[in-house]
Ligand binder design. Sequence first.
Ligand code: XIL
Length: 341
Amino acid sequence: ASLKSTFKNDFLIGTALSIQQISGNEMAIAKWVPGQFNAITPENLMKAALIHPEWNRYNFEAADRFVAYGTRYNMKVNGHTLIWHSQLPFFIRRVKNADSLRHFFTEHIDTVVSRYRGKVYSWDVVNEALEEDGSLRRSIFLELLGENYIIEAFRLAQQADPGAELYYNDYNIEQPQKRAGAVALIKKIQAAGVRIDGVGIQGHWHANDVPLEKIEQSILAYAALGIKVMFTELDLTVLPNPWDSNTADVSASVNGKRAGMDPYPNGLPDSVQATLSRGYANLFRLFLKHRDKISRITFWGVNDAYSWLNNWPIRGRTNYPLLFDRQNQPKPAFFAVIGAK
Ligand code: XIL
């Protein structure tokens, strides 16, 4: 069974990949990925810090290979991401005036999008521009360019590749306050006469605590704006979030081990496998119920070995948030997802 064939009439199924995974020793993974997935997102290599390391220098090598890989295997490439406050190049930290930042902003979007015109299917044009209360994030872009920078980013991206789909992407935008901010932001873009094709809900949740009702309300609220809804960075952590009291109960099941250790050296216990399976099955049943509104589900990583959650929010943990284990074998959660169909 494969994810992409199971959901072929429902939505695209994507994964995030790093450059290592499509290079050298890891070529086996690169050949395996197209059997399960029909969409890919670069986990890091198109972020400004990597693709645009100096004022007048771009590093397109990894991105070129990534896009060529997607094209070769007929997978849709989602460019991630053009404008984001994080993983910015060092030189941006020294920028203190609006003109310099505007120069970077305009030239960066134009250069990157133009290069992959007709090859990259869609762009996460702006990433994480909202605070938890729904107001605009106090980023360098807001501070120096003013609130219309987001509209401007979409306008520039559309100019550079009129055929690419353009998305707003963020986390926690299923939560009511932040969702209201996202809805207002999208309406503002639309009211300016600028095209936005979709919204990406990142989907970094806890296996024990998936906010299904809020997710459903969000699917409906975003679809009502006439745009596509996507889940763009899906993973379900099985470890406690050190600053989230809602998941504090999970601490017991990891024997009090927090940082730098594998809480399950003898393998993931059945009870945790079951929690993960239930979390994913519930989600996919909801996705299928709204399949007419949802265009893509992307997992943030191919298998547990590559997940960013092994190093976030605490470095050196061993996490188990995806459908495939460290040997790239399907976990019970994989069969639960297939079974949701
Ligand atoms: C993460 C990557 O997975 C890590 O490898 C990197 O160190 C930090 O960024 N939201 C996003 C993604 O939009 O780009 C982030 O990816 C995870 C959170």
